[in-house]
Design a protein around this ligand. Structure first.
Ligand code: PLP
Length: 400
């Protein structure tokens, strides 16, 4: 099999990279369910355990199905390697354990996924790692002013969830490079289909794989892509600490990647229709979607993203009462906190995903009480409009 994936387009990598067969010569990649592997002799076991000979050792750190998933994501992100984890949050924990020590400092974008902010602000802080937060679209000088001699990582999500703010990945990677810092980019929202942060200079790319990569709301997982040496450091943490991905989930993700480019187009098409409709709706104060022409960062978006996906947020006129009434009146769209599924889902971030942040933290993240986040799936947009319209009427009638 040809291994130089740079020669192929993304759609080809999505179906072919990491393809493997076992003894039955099957065409579709097999799901290998085994916790252990048989060694040919004592020396074979010793060599594989020591990492001097390639091969499988034990499910916590080696499995052919998980490996195929890692290779496919690495090929799509254009990195040397990738390592899979049990969740998106396990990616961050793995990065932290591998690269941070007490006394180190990390710069993070405000408005990142609430649990990511919480991990750095509470648990990692307790272990002596300081975190400073900054608005993701602050100027270059402001970012540079936060760099200290002990700064080891810059961590951003682009676009952010749920406010859809965009980080200038090229600019941040040059700041990181000039100061000997690593840049970590959470690419969950765009996926490699629409954005490849490594090509823009990022060192590590993080995904919550249960989002677009699975795309059907079935299971959780995570993956971190980067150059080989760096990924090897992360893999050692995984082997020692154990937040590894189940082979079954890896198999679902591997097969889902094959349709990711097609699914992203459909998410984008439906979300663009809904964004246009919401922008014109009298009960909507403001909408946040990277695909709208008047997004304040539209030039930057065009320079680093080739599409937008299905996630958008909007502020309903009123406050928490109107937002909750609107949610409770929906008949088709699901009230659930996951995102990027075939089914359209909505949530009230202030009381769910961002509910554990302080009011001040929510304020600086832009998560107000009238904000709703919607993940557009594959239903007919006309049916979604009908459902949204009747919910707006119910919310507004009762507040009038
Ligand atoms: C952008 C982003 N990163 C990371 C995570 C955390 O991933 P997980 O829920 O798989 O731990 C999420 C979860 O929603 C997310 O939206």
């Amino acid at each position: 099999m040809d291994r130089d994936w740079r020669r192929y387009s993304l759609a080809t990598r999505a179906v072919r990279a990491g393809q493997y067969q076992d003894v039955s010569d099957q065409h579709s990649e097999p799901l290998v369910l085994t916790s252990s592997y048989v060694f040919s002799d004592a020396e074979d076991a010793a060599e594989k355990f020591a990492g001097r000979r390639p091969g499988n050792v034990y499910v916590r750190f080696t499995n052919p199905t998980v490996r195929a998933f890692e290779q496919r994501v690495a090929a799509m992100e254009g990195t040397g390697d990738a390592v899979a984890t049990s969740s998106g949050m396990a990616c961050y924990m793995t990065v932290a354990l591998a690269l941070l020590h007490p006394g180190d400092h990390v710069i993070l974008a405000e408005g990142m996924f609430g649990t990511t902010s919480r991990l750095f602000n509470t648990y990692l802080r307790n272990f002596g790692v300081a975190a400073t937060f900054i608005n993701v679209n602050a100027g270059r000088d402001e970012w540079i002013s936060l760099v200290q001699s002990n700064t080891k990582l810059i961590v951003v999500e682009s676009p952010t969830n749920p406010m859809m703010q965009v980080a200038d990945i090229r600019d941040l990677s040059s700041i990181a490079r000039e100061n000997g810092i690593l840049l970590v980019v959470d690419n969950t929202l765009c996926t490699p289909v629409y954005q490849r942060p490594h090509e823009l200079g990022a060192n590590l790319i993080v995904h919550s794989a249960g989002k677009y990569i699975d795309g059907q709301g079935r299971c959780g997982g995570g993956i971190i892509a980067g150059r080989e040496g760096l990924v090897a450091q992360l893999r050692d943490v995984l082997r020692t600490v154990g937040p590894s991905l189940s082979p079954y989930n890896a198999w679902l993700f591997l097969k889902s990647l094959e349709t990711l480019p097609i699914r992203m187009q459909e998410h984008t098409r439906n979300a663009s229709t809904l964004a246009g409709w919401l922008m014109r709706h009298p009960a909507v104060d403001k909408i946040y979607y990277t695909g709208v022409r008047d997004h304040p960062q539209s030039e930057l978006i065009a320079s680093q993203q080739s599409g937008h996906g299905g996630l958008l947020s909007f502020r309903i006129r009123g406050g928490r009462r109107e937002a909750w009434r609107f949610l409770d009146a929906l008949k088709l769209i699901s009230n659930t906190t996951n995102i990027r599924d075939t089914k359209t889902m909505i949530t009230h971030p202030a009381t769910t995903t961002h509910g554990r942040l302080s009011a001040a933290e929510r304020g600086s993240a832009g998560v107000s009480d009238n904000l709703l986040r919607i993940s557009i799936g594959f239903e007919d947009p006309d049916d979604l409009v009908l459902d949204l319209e009747q919910a707006f009427q119910a919310a507004m009638k009762r507040s009038a």
